[in-house]
Design a binder for this molecule. Structure first.
Ligand SMILES: [Zn+2]
Length: 245
């Protein structure tokens, strides 16, 4: 390395770190898309299960109405039979008993008729809920389609950004020595950053204090300095600024 080379390498490394950070952000956005879509999809699946439940409930209401109607038919048959018996009554006492029975059967029939009317209301309400659930499902599905289209458009633009960052990244990496890249890459893969500033003689990656020797070497900027604790490459922002090309 020439005397100025470590500085140039540091510039390139800082630029590389910036590109890698931006790439990381874009990659995060790309990775989040399937998760966000799945969460949105769940909303329309929930609307589907609500609709299914409302339809099943309505079916139950209708089944109950059928059984009430059968009940009513039976009660009507029993009533007309009792009315027939009235004609064959052999005594006043028997007649009175039959009359009492007919009254009771009329009351029962009236109650069943009331229940049927109530059940019609229950069914009407159930039908309203089904219609509402159908509307919600249609809304949720069209919202999802809209959201998905937007998300896929964004995904396209994220991929375009990523391609740009990748190109810039390759360009920068070509200007950095292979052995320096190895140090950077190892720390980047393990810790998420390959180069960090040192401020107040402290590594800003792991916050451990630099040895006086390393602090001096950093100031002289003739060698690359690596943090002894975290193995990230260090740079002094002020030195870098003062010598910016
Ligand atoms: Zn460190």
């Amino acid at each position: 390395m020439t005397e100025d080379e470590p500085r140039q390498q540091t510039f390139q490394l800082v630029a590389l770190a910036e590109v890698d950070a931006r790439r990381g952000e874009v990659q995060k956005l790309i990775d989040a898309v399937p998760r966000i879509l799945a969460a949105r999809k769940k909303e329309s699946r929930d609307a589907e299960s609500i609709l299914k439940a409302q339809r099943e409930k309505l079916q139950g209401f209708r089944t109950h109405l059928k059984s009430l109607e059968l009940d009513l038919a039976e009660r009507e048959a029993a009533l007309s039979k009792a009315n027939g018996n009235l004609l064959t009554a052999k005594s006043n006492a028997e007649y009175s008993l039959l009359m009492a029975e007919i009254t009771r059967k009329k009351e029962e029939k009236g109650k069943t008729e009331e229940s049927i009317l109530e059940q019609f209301e229950v069914i009407k309400q159930g039908e309203r809920l089904v219609v509402e659930a159908e509307q919600r499902l249609v809304e949720a599905q069209s919202e999802y389609v809209e959201f998905e289209q937007r998300a896929l458009r964004e995904l396209d633009s994220h991929h375009a950004d990523l391609a740009k960052h990748d190109e810039r990244r390759e360009q920068i990496r070509r200007a950095i020595h292979g052995d320096v890249l190895k140090i950077y890459d190892r720390a980047y893969v393990a810790l998420g950053t390959g180069i960090v500033p040192a401020e107040g003689r402290t590594c800003q990656g792991c916050f451990s204090l630099l040895t006086p020797n390393d602090a001096n070497r950093l100031l002289a900027a003739r060698n690359l300095v690596v943090c002894k604790m975290c193995s990230r490459i260090l740079y002094d922002p002020q030195v870098l600024q003062a010598s910016s090309p």
